[in-house]
Design a protein around this ligand. Sequence first.
Ligand code: HEM
Length: 120
Amino acid sequence: MAETSLYYKLGGQKAIKAVVEEFYRRMLEDELVNELFKGIDMNRLKAHQTAFLSYALGGPVEYDGRTLREGHKGLNITSEQYERMIRIMNDTLKTFNVSTDDRIKIESFLRSVKPFVVGH
Ligand code: HEM
């Protein structure tokens, strides 16, 4: 049987929504990364939040938006900002009692897409 995705393991949509809210609350409070969200409309940000985490957790995303490379073009996200985001995600997941193993999986996923998001 296929391994249950983290999305379901963490409690499905309701739990993910709570994690997403907290993750973005922290992102928008962080001086190193919050400038990247200036001028981004809330609907966009919500879509971003959902895609961002559901992808990372292997949830049932029906994503037909732009590719990650397209979505971040012109933002010039730095490696330092990306690392900060990974830390904020990790801290947030800890708050929600996500296990070390599962946090490592999520971190690996986030690292795997880094080249599409950073530096362009
Ligand atoms: C430091 C890390 C990141 C920052 C600061 C960031 C920020 C942003 C911003 C500001 C946008 C909106 C661009 C626009 O409206 O023109 C965007 C788009 C997007 N981001 Fe991120 N992002 C990050 C990492 C990620 C990661 C890791 C994922 C997925 C796992 C992701 C998924 C997306 C998607 C799917 C879009 C496209 C949304 C669309 O085209 O409507 N982002 N990101």
